[in-house]
Structure formats: structure tokens, C-alpha cells
Design a protein around this ligand. Structure first.
Ligand code: GAP
Length: 517
């Protein structure tokens, strides 16, 4: 675990040093849980968004996009249930004065039980070697069985307390499990209270409830209230989807783990409108599709898993998370939710406007059901970075080796696709030639020209920002009109004619390789 914590710290400092993510308002000591994307961060983030957008819209004839406003009529949030039910249970420790999410304190306790079980399994695996049957051991070893049963029993109790909104029960559970404040070590807790996560502001200059506005906590509502506009203008028939990428805001009680839980973040959401009764079919379809999207990035099987929700949100009749193994453990990366007709029905009721669809095949009008896929762009960014960050020894070509830090970002997502490097900087013929190549390639993809420092240092700089290809222009290039392409991960170098460089690299960094797999 210490190794993983260490890795996470390294990723955070690498992100800042190499221009991926800066703490917001840093010269004023920062603003809690708010971050800015830097020079390479913005490129990577844009590429992630493009991968999602193309996969969802361009690859599906029946999915179209919108970009709705962040400010929306305040009644929208009443109708959606967010005013009354978008709460987290908070609890304070009276000694440290620290504030916690009560459910997360219990989840932390459950994680410790899981860790204890995993530790036993690991010890046994070491003891039994190759013959070890992990599944059998988990089922039969009394200690592992006890930890697992205890964890499952607590998970069940927590889910029903949250579903019933039983705050007294939640406090009683914290006391029963003797959970102590990580800061003070004491068990001197306040009662559990509900805390609404929406930020509010006001419209114009006059205060009061009438002019109160909320910063949207999800982009989905902008899609629901535009459902009929989009259906009519795009002439789509059910089933069809509407996709959107945009900012969302939540006043998280405990915002932590870098860009994993932020107060201002970005979502990539798609609402898929389907005839009632077919929603579970589509729910299964989207589970498969979304997992395929993640795996196309080369993410190993064992780093991704599904986790069914124990506690359903107020709008859902089924929900599952796609979890990724971040350096701090498996956590939610994306949610897939069957939202029934809850949102459209609520909006129809509160607005007084019909939100029905006439189905020519069924010859009837109805409120569509909705299956949603919702992924945080920032969490996706963190998952790409966590996977890409690698420290390794590389041969120096003279029998020795040196350490390098390289971001093995999938080539189509890399912020810079190709760096053009003249071997030395003080030979005008070389720099001229390299600049000509750069000026041609820059029309095809994001390129960088760099002639500062020795070639080895320049390679390291490109490795550190994840550039998949470096094109080196050397003295021979002047005669044979060829350059060397160095591949970031394999370090293989190939000599190719200058006239073929664009075609070779364009093919390898094309997003098609992801969309097609
Ligand atoms: N429209 C459904 C919805 O918003 P959610 O599970 O609350 O569902 C969807 O959020 C996704 O948004 C999550 O899977 C996560 O990736 C991202 N997300 C949620 N809260 C976040 C936060 N505070 N910081 C960063 N990403 C967040």
C-alpha cells in the first residue's frame, strides 16, 4: 500500500511539473478541491473528450449531441429531486472539529476488513505457491470467511440505512463499529445531518428564493428538458440517445484524492431514450459497450470491474459502476443507470408541458424510459495518467542503463503526437530541415520542435509528457532524405524517408485504432 501511496504522490507532482494539472489559485495558496488543467493537461483532456464524443455520437447513428447552459430554471432541480434528495450524510468529530461523510466512515471500516481478508490470501498464496487455489481458499478459510461475511453484513445495513434516510441508525452503526476520528482518535461524534450538495447563486441583483439559481450538479437535466426539442429537430425515433459534455458542480463534504473528487468537474453523459419495458435490455447493452470503450485503451482486464449499487439513487431502478483500480484502490469511474421515466415524468408534471413520444410501431404515446451512461472526464484523465505513469531502466546503448519516467499514454490520446528534433542545434542545415518537417507535419497532428539540450535530455522530456514518436534529423538526413522515428515505449528506432513520416505516424495516432477495436 505504501508503494501505491508513493506512486500517487509521484503522479501528482509529475502532473504539476510537466504542465498537466496545477492547483487552482496557487499564488493565493490554492482553493480546496479545485484544479486547473495545464499546457499538456488541456490537450490530453480534449483528446479524452474527443474519444468519448466520437465513440458515442459519430459511431452511433441514433445518438446526437447538445451543449446546454449551466444555469437552468430552478424548478428543474425541484422536479429532478435534487433539492430534496441530493444530500450526503455528514458527521463532525467534536474533538478534532473535522467533518466527515458518515457513509464514508463506514465504508473505510469495510475496506479495512477487505484488506485483512486480502492479507490472509496473500500470505497463503506465498505459502502454497503454484498449487494455491484462491477461490477455494476464500470460500473455506475461517478467518477470510469471517472478514468477508462481516463486510457484506455491514454493506447491507449501510445500504438500507441510506435508502431509508435513517440518520440515527447511521450514527448508531458508527458507534457500534467503534469507528474513531482519524485525526483525534476519539469517538466523540455529533448527530448525523443531511447536507445538500448543490451550490446556489442568484439571478440578477434581487435576492430571495424567487431568483435563486443552482449550479448544475449533473449535465443530464439539460438533456431531459431538451428531449422533445432534440427529438423533433433530429427526427430520431426511439430508441435514440442524446450526449453532452459539460461542467458540473458539487459542494462535496470531503473532496480529496486530487482530481478524483472535485467541487467543479466535467461530466460526459448520454441519456438513451427507450420504449418502456425494454430498459433492462438496453442497460445490459450499454454495460457491454462502455466496458469495450475502456478496454480499447489497453487497460488490463484486472484493473476494471463492475460493481452493482447497493444503494440506488432516487431516480434509478438499476445501477452499476465501472470501477477502475486507482493507486488508492478500486473506485467508481463511470456510472450506468436505468433511470426509468422518473425525470421526464417529473418535468412533465412540474412544467405542465407534455413530454410524451408517439411511437408509430406501437401506435401509442408514452413517456420514454431512460438508460444513462455517465463518466467523469477528470476521473478518466486520472485513470489514464495512473496507468501511463512508468518509471523504468533503459539501456544507454553502451552496456549501462539509466532511469526514465515515461507516460505510456495511448498514442491517439497523447497531448503531443510527434516531436521533431535536429540532432544538434548549431548546424543550420539540420535545424532548417527539421523546421521544414515540423511546418509540414503540424497540419496533420500536434507536433513540437525542440533543439535545446543534448538529444538524450530531449527524449526524456518527450517521454515525460508521453509523446509517442520522436523524429530525429541527423547529418545523414541531408544526403539520404531519411529520418529516424523513435517509438516511446519499445524504444525501437526506424529509418524512414521524410516523405513517408506523416503517413506512418498519422496511421498510428489515428483515433480510428481505438474506435475500431
Ligand atoms: N447523471 C448521473 C450522475 O451524475 P454520478 O454517479 O453522481 O451520476 C457520474 O456521477 C460520474 O461523474 C461519476 O462516475 C464520476 O466519474 C463523476 N463524478 C461525480 N462526482 C464527482 C466529483 N466530485 N469529482 C469528479 N468527478 C465526479
Amino acid at each position: 500500500m505504501a508503494g501505491q501511496e508513493d506512486l500517487f504522490k509521484k503522479i501528482i507532482s509529475h502532473s504539476k511539473e510537466y504542465g498537466f494539472i496545477y492547483p487552482s489559485s496557487e499564488i493565493y495558496d490554492g482553493l480546496s478541491a479545485v484544479y486547473d488543467y495545464g499546457v499538456y493537461g488541456v490537450e490530453l483532456k480534449n483528446n479524452i473528450k474527443q474519444y468519448w464524443w466520437k465513440a458515442m455520437t459519430q459511431m452511433h447513428e441514433n445518438i446526437v449531441g447538445i451543449d446546454s447552459a449551466i444555469f437552468m430554471h430552478p424548478k428543474i432541480w425541484k422536479a429532478s429531486g435534487h433539492v430534496d434528495a441530493f444530500n450526503d450524510p455528514l458527521i463532525d468529530n467534536k474533538d478534532s472539529k473535522n467533518r466527515y461523510r458518515a457513509d464514508q466512515l463506514v465504508e473505510g471500516y469495510m475496506e479495512k476488513l477487505e484488506e485483512k481478508a486480502n492479507k490472509e490470501v496473500k500470505k497463503a498464496a506465498k505459502r502454497f505457491g503454484e498449487d494455491f487455489d484462491e477461490a477455494m481458499y476464500r470460500e473455506t478459510n475461517p478467518r477470510v470467511v469471517r472478514y468477508t461475511e462481516q463486510k457484506n453484513e455491514i454493506a447491507g445495513r449501510l445500504a438500507s440505512l441510506l435508502t431509508e434516510g435513517d440518520l440515527e441508525g447511521l450514527k448508531a452503526l458508527i458507534e457500534e463499529l467503534e469507528i474513531a476520528c482519524p485525526a483525534s482518535g476519539s469517538r466523540n461524534w455529533t448527530d448525523v445531518r443531511q447536507f445538500n450538495l448543490m451550490f446556489s447563486t442568484q439571478l440578477g441583483v434581487i435576492g430571495g428564493e424567487e431568483s435563486k439559481l443552482y449550479l448544475r450538479p449533473e449535465t443530464a437535466q439539460g438533456i431531459f428538458v431538451n428531449f422533445l426539442n432534440v427529438q423533433k429537430t433530429s427526427r430520431q425515433k426511439l430508441p435514440f440517445g442524446i450526449a453532452q459534455i459539460g461542467k458540473a458542480f458539487r459542494n462535496e463534504i470531503v473532496a480529496r484524492q486530487f482530481i478524483f473528487r472535485m467541487r467543479e468537474f466535467e461530466q460526459m453523459e448520454m441519456q438513451f431514450f427507450v420504449p418502456p419495458g425494454t430498459e433492462m435490455e438496453w442497460y445490459d447493452y450499454w454495460k457491454v459497450e462502455r466496458m469495450k470503450w475502456h478496454k480499447a485503451l489497453g487497460t488490463p482486464e484486472d484493473k476494471l470491474r463492475f460493481h452493482d449499487h447497493d444503494n440506488l439513487a432516487h431516480y434509478a431502478n438499476a445501477a452499476v459502476d465501472v470501477e477502475f483500480e486507482f493507486p488508492f484502490g478500486f473506485r467508481e469511474l463511470e456510472g450506468i443507470h436505468s433511470r426509468t421515466d422518473f425525470d421526464l415524468r417529473q418535468h412533465q408534471e412540474l412544467s405542465g408541458k407534455k413530454l410524451m413520444y408517439f411511437d408509430p410501431e406501437r401506435n401509442e404515446s408514452y413517456i420514454p424510459f431512460v438508460v444513462e451512461t455517465s463518466i467523469g472526464c477528470d476521473r478518466m484523465f486520472l485513470s489514464v495518467l495512473s496507468q501511463a505513469y512508468t518509471e523504468e531502466a533503459v539501456s544507454d546503448g553502451k552496456g549501462g542503463s539509466s532511469e526514465r519516467t515515461v507516460l505510456k499514454i495511448p498514442a491517439p490520446l497523447a497531448p503531443v503526437k510527434c516531436a521533431i528534433l535536429p540532432l544538434v542545434k548549431n548546424k543550420e542545415e539540420l535545424t532548417e530541415k527539421a523546421k521544414t518537417i515540423f511546418n509540414n507535419l503540424k497540419f496533420a497532428f500536434a507536433c513540437q520542435y525542440d533543439d535545446k539540450d543534448a538529444i538524450g535530455r530531449r527524449y526524456r522530456r518527450q517521454d515525460a509528457i508521453g509523446t509517442p514518436y520522436c523524429v530525429t534529423v541527423d547529418f545523414e538526413s541531408l544526403d539520404d532524405q531519411c529520418v529516424t522515428i523513435r517509438e516511446r515505449d519499445s524504444l525501437i528506432q526506424e529509418r524512414v524517408p521524410i516523405s513517408e513520416v506523416e503517413g506512418i505516424i498519422a496511421k498510428r495516432v489515428d483515433m480510428r485504432t481505438l474506435l475500431n477495436s
